[in-house]
Design a protein around this ligand. Sequence first.
Ligand SMILES: NC(=O)c1ccc[n+]([C@@H]2O[C@H](COP(=O)([O-])OP(=O)(O)OC[C@H]3O[C@@H](n4cnc5c(N)ncnc54)[C@H](OP(=O)(O)O)[C@@H]3O)[C@@H](O)[C@H]2O)c1
Length: 353
Amino acid sequence: MLSPSLCVALAVLAVANGAPPKASDVTKVALNSGSSMPIVGLGTWQVADEREMEKALDAALEAGYRHFDTATVYFNEHLIGKVLKRWLSEGKLKREDLFITTKLPVNGMRASDVPYFLNQSLAKLQLDYVDMYLIHAPFGVKRDAGHNGVHFDDNSVDPTTDHLAIWKAMVAEKEAGRAKALGVSNFNETQIERIIKNSPVPPANLQVELHLQHQQKPLVAFCKKNNIAVTAYSPIGSPGTQAVVDSRRVPPNLLNLPQVKAIAQKHNKTPAQVLLRHITQKGIIVIPKSSNPKRISENIDIFDFTLDDEDVATLDAMDRGIDGQLFLLKNFIPGVEFHPEYPWEAFRIEPIA
Ligand SMILES: NC(=O)c1ccc[n+]([C@@H]2O[C@H](COP(=O)([O-])OP(=O)(O)OC[C@H]3O[C@@H](n4cnc5c(N)ncnc54)[C@H](OP(=O)(O)O)[C@@H]3O)[C@@H](O)[C@H]2O)c1
């Protein structure tokens, strides 16, 4: 099995002549489940318009993307399914070329909910299996809480969440072939360790917020030690989604930081490409979201250059630790910071702006 860093080096060699990447040039990260995951995928949160999704997915598939990240609560699985079905039925793609991730929603955080929500996702995606099924967040809300799975009120939280029971139900789905690999999202080390210690099937993937100002160094080291692949969400700092994060945590636009711009200029690449390369060069998967065909191509065209030690040292030093974290998730669900499985102790008492 190749180490992530060797895989990245091989991909750089594969496209060193400056040609745009082909799907086969995109590095894959080996998973502990036996499969492998393309190191660049397309994020799809906040794309819920049919025409926008069609344009984005067509552009992404043309540009070499084969990995797509969605979730029950993005309300777009049916749109993704429609485009994939067209590509598959036209013979332009084979199912095994694709890597599709979706997620169990917070209102499905009971073992008995797992088959229902996964089957709903599969039906919408028009697939027999997903490549990765993640628990979206470690806490739960009542099954009928919120409006359409979002807009929760003060009474929504369900404190009875039992990770081990849910994970057992997830493992049953893997055994039944409806999910090829399983993982978690927004979990902390203690929560992951509890699963590892109590289940024969460890998580294959952790999806967490990770970008220049929130590099998650201890959690990445923990995952590496435990052979869990890490996926960075909001890898370019989620510019444009600042309205939904805590208003006191709105970061500078990472694309405009002088250090990032200078490194981009040095390599004749864009600031977004530098941010994505900085993460993937460490063997971490990225899922940048874009609906713009030009930016979609740009975000996967990161295999023809390498950041040198000096670049990496400059970028590594820009980590702000927990001060750089944007998504505390408690502004989505009132009172969730008091759920026994709320993952970030430091933010339990910090007032919401
Ligand atoms: N598991 C979780 O709890 C969780 C939470 C958040 C996100 N996610 C996943 O992670 C994905 C990515 O995160 P995100 O959407 O928050 O943030 P992101 O990918 O860091 O940023 C997306 C934003 O950057 C812009 N953009 C993309 N490429 C660009 C480029 N090359 N130059 C300039 N601007 C660019 C996009 O605008 P345009 O579309 O106009 O290009 C969009 O506004 C999501 O879509 C979702 O799939 C998961």
